[in-house]
Each structure stands twice: as structure tokens, then as C-alpha cells.
Design a protein around this ligand. Structure first.
Ligand code: IPM
Ligand code: MG
Length: 356
């Protein structure tokens, strides 16, 4: 089969890490008889520099016409003082919205061999953990009305969170379907003791749960969830969250796996065309140094094979290669021990390819 993949490398370490993923996917193509055709598009700071806007129409059109999108990361200090509508992050939010990618899957599990890289006490992670954050991605406060106005005490700013029943229902179904293929446990994270949107989430998720009598559902306030993640991460199977809560908790979940450089993500809508990206940012401080860990992006490629193309064996092969390399003790700087030797982005990529 032939697949057209829009390649949105972005800024900072984006080109290095997506470069690693492209190499790995090409190797998979060679081995399993597929052709992956990567078509580059500009988004983020580099698009601002070249075209004046963070998300050129050509990029939106190209991504919509592709079989899937591989994205690196966008942003950097160079563009931090841009007005809001011209910030690099607008590219990411704009693509998610234009492509209707309302689901964001962020799996976080600990590789047994990386227990030492975990910042939690060994007895807390001894049993391991394996969770998926199912984050709503095109609604809530990220896309609500915002602005500045004159308030009671002078100038003020506001952002609004709103969710429709439809938006909650569809993401809740994704969470339950995800759970049904796992330990069948959904934890809906909210702030229902304060927020009206959260109370609607509870009502709607409770209704959707009736379609899944075998699944277990519990609710947890987001502040408590933040605490439980570091107290007993093994408790979680599927965490169902709004856009903002999922953003916050997924960074926390990534850190306890050892490094944010390990976590992939899949953004999906109602078609098979998805967008796949590491959950970390553009890390401008290490861009060009060869210190970036390509694993999160390479694992995002595996998620693309699995979720957009239905190529489970190929996805398994990449995941197994990553695990084998880690088991061999190959480490990038972010997961190396204090006096341990570490390899570059390219060397890590080559090591993974050599396992395929
Ligand atoms: C993420 C990022 C983005 C988000 C930013 C860059 C807009 O933090 O994908 O988690 O908040 O969604
Ligand atoms: Mg984030």
C-alpha cells in the first residue's frame, strides 16, 4: 500500500525528531512492502518567518488531503512576543480544529528497564503503570470566547470554558471504547465541585457509561488526580479529561515515565486521518545539539500505523524495537543516569532501525 503523509516538522528539535521517525517508517515500509510518501509543510515559527502566518492555508489543505499527519513541535522564544493570533501555537490549535481532531490519546506507561529514570520512589512504581489519557481536543477553554475588557477594577482578561452534550458524548465513547480493549476502567477527571461544565460532564459520562455495562467508571477531581498520579499511578487505566485538564495531567504522567521525550500521542477525529506528534514541545534550548530523544516521535509513528492505517504488526515492530534498544542500555541524554554515557538523536534512531 501507498500512504501520503503530511510532514509538519515545525521548530526547534522538530526537524531532528521527525527526521528520525521518517527513517524508521521508511525502514518499516521496506520490510513490510509499503510506500510512505512524506510531503513537507510549514507550520509554527518557521511558517511565520517564511510566510508571515503560523498556519498557511497550503498546510491546512495539504494535511486535509493527506492520509495522515506527522508533526514535530512548534514554537520558541523567537516568536514569544507575537500577538496572540500570530503565535506558533496557533498552528497546532488551528490544525486540530480544521481537521476535526476531537480526540487526543496520550498513553503513558513505564518501561521496566527505565525504572531508574522515574522520579518517583521505587516502591511506588514497583508494580509498574500503564494508562491512557483520553483528552478532548477541540473544545473547552482552548477554543472558548476570550478577550480583554474594562472590569470593575480596571482592565481585565477572560477566557471561557464551554462544552456541549455532543462534544462530551463523543469523547466519552472514545474513552470507553479504549477502556474496553484494556482493563475496562475509566476515570473521568473534572472539577465538578466548582465548575458547571464539569457537572455536565458527569451527567453525560454517566449516561454514556450505560452503553458499556462491563466497564467501571469513577470520577475524580482534577486536583486529587494530580496527587494520585504521583501517589499511586498504577491505579489508573483510562483517564477521560477535558482539553485543559488533559494538557496538564499528561505532562505530569510523562514525567513519571522517566522523560517527556518518551511519550507519543495520536489526535483523531471521525475519519482515519489523524495527526501524530510527541507530547513534548520544541525544546529550543537543545535544538541542533543532537540531544533530543526521538523516541516519542518514533512511537507516534507507530500509533499512526496502528490507528490510521490499521497496520498493527508494523506498529508492534516499532514498539518492540524501541523496547529492545532501551533494554540494551542505549540512552539519550534525558534518560541517561548521572555518569552514564548517552547517544545522539541520530544514534538512537540508527539503533532502533538496526532492531527492525
Ligand atoms: C500539548 C501542548 C499544546 C497544548 C500547546 C503547545 C498549545 O502543550 O500538545 O500538550 O496545550 O495542547
Ligand atoms: Mg501540553
Amino acid at each position: 500500500m501507498k500512504y501520503n503523509i503530511a510532514l509538519v516538522a515545525g521548530d526547534g528539535i522538530g526537524p531532528e525528531i521527525t527526521g528520525g521517525c521518517v527513517q524508521v517508517m521508511n525502514k518499516i515500509g521496506e520490510k513490510f512492502g509499503h510506500e510512505f510518501n512524506f510531503i513537507p509543510y510549514l507550520a509554527g515559527g518557521c511558517a511565520i518567518d517564511r510566510t508571515g502566518v503560523p498556519l498557511p492555508q497550503e498546510t491546512i489543505d495539504g494535511c486535509l488531503a493527506s492520509d495522515s499527519v506527522l508533526l514535530g513541535a512548534v514554537g520558541g522564544p523567537k516568536w514569544d512576543s507575537q500577538p496572540n493570533h500570530l503565535r506558533p501555537e496557533k498552528a497546532l490549535l488551528g490544525l486540530r480544529s480544521a481537521m476535526g481532531l476531537f480526540t487526543n490519546l496520550r498513553p503513558a506507561r513505564i518501561f521496566p528497564v527505565l525504572m531508574d529514570a522515574c522520579t518517583l520512589r521505587p516502591d511506588i512504581v514497583a508494580g509498574g503503570f500503564d494508562m491512557v489519557i483520553v483528552r478532548e481536543l477541540t473544545g473547552g477553554i482552548y477554543f472558548g470566547e476570550r478577550g480583554r475588557r474594562d472590569g470593575k477594577y480596571g482592565p481585565e482578561a477572560y477566557d471561557t470554558e464551554s462544552y456541549s452534550v455532543m462534544e462530551i458524548e463523543r469523547i466519552a465513547r472514545v474513552a470507553f471504547n479504549t477502556a474496553m480493549a484494556r482493563k475496562k476502567r475509566v476515570t473521568c477527571v473534572d472539577k465538578a465541585n466548582v465548575l458547571e461544565t464539569s457537572r455536565l460532564w458527569r451527567e453525560v459520562v454517566t449516561e454514556v457509561a450505560k452503553e458499556y455495562p462491563e466497564a467501571e467508571l469513577d470520577f475524580m477531581y482534577v486536583d486529587n488526580a494530580a496527587m494520585q498520579l504521583v501517589r499511586d499511578p498504577g491505579h489508573f487505566d483510562v483517564l477521560l479529561t477535558s482539553n485543559m485538564f488533559g494538557d496538564i495531567l499528561s505532562d505530569e504522567a510523562s514525567q513519571i515515565t522517566g522523560s517527556i521525550g518518551l511519550l507519543p500521542s495520536a489526535s483523531l477525529g471521525s475519519s482515519t486521518v489523524g495527526m501524530y506528534e510527541p507530547i513534548h514541545g520544541s525544546a529550543p534550548d537543545i535544538a541542533g545539539t543532537g540531544k533530543a530523544n526521538p523516541i516519542a516521535t518514533i512511537l507516534s509513528g507507530a500509533m499512526m500505523l496502528r490507528y490510521s492505517f490499521g497496520l498493527a504488526a508494523e506498529a508492534d515492530a516499532i514498539e518492540a524495537a524501541v523496547e529492545a534498544v532501551l533494554n540494551d542500555g542505549v540512552r539519550t541524554a534525558d534518560i541517561a543516569g548521572k555518569n552514564e554515557k548517552f547517544v545522539s538523536t541520530r544514534e538512537m534512531t540508527d539503533a532502533i532501525i538496526s532492531k527492525l
